[in-house]
Write a protein that binds this ligand. Structure first.
Ligand code: ZN
Length: 141
């Protein structure tokens, strides 16, 4: 499954301290009518809530880190799910001892500082549908 896009524009910006990371980014996407795109960013969060998919149970297992963390790398994409803009984002986070944890980004990550770029793609966006085999909402043609 493959689609070709023309890059329409890049939106670059900063989220405010205290904003939720994923909700802040999805707010920018809605405000700028971005339905297909690539997301990158770096910064810091006051605490973190991420998840890892258990492939046996097909359930996400969540973990909360009650500590200040650097967002070494946030990467993800934008598509549609249930008719709304949906950001699928993963993060690598570094701790005070410089070790790194990471996973699938959930809501519940208060921004300390965050800078991002969204590469907006022009064309028909992918839409997510529930996939029985994986238990995930995957892109479908
Ligand atoms: Zn994920």
């Amino acid at each position: 499954m493959l689609r070709r896009y023309a890059t329409a524009r890049v939106v670059q910006g900063r989220l405010n301290k205290g904003e939720d990371l994923i909700e802040g980014l999805q707010g920018v996407m809605k405000e700028h009518n971005i339905t297909a795109g690539v997301v990158t960013g770096i910064g810091a969060v006051s605490s973190a809530r991420i998840a890892c998919l258990n492939q046996q149970t097909k359930q996400y297992e969540e973990k909360v880190f009650q500590e200040a963390l650097e967002v070494v790398s946030l990467r993800g994409n934008v598509s549609l799910k249930d008719g709304s803009v949906f950001a699928h984002l993963h993060v690598a986070l570094s701790r005070a001892d410089f070790s790194v944890v990471g996973g699938h980004l959930l809501s519940g990550n208060p921004v300390y500082a965050f800078e991002f770029e969204i590469l907006c793609l022009e064309g028909e966006p992918f839409t997510r549908y529930f996939d029985e085999e994986t238990g995930l909402f995957l892109w479908k043609d």
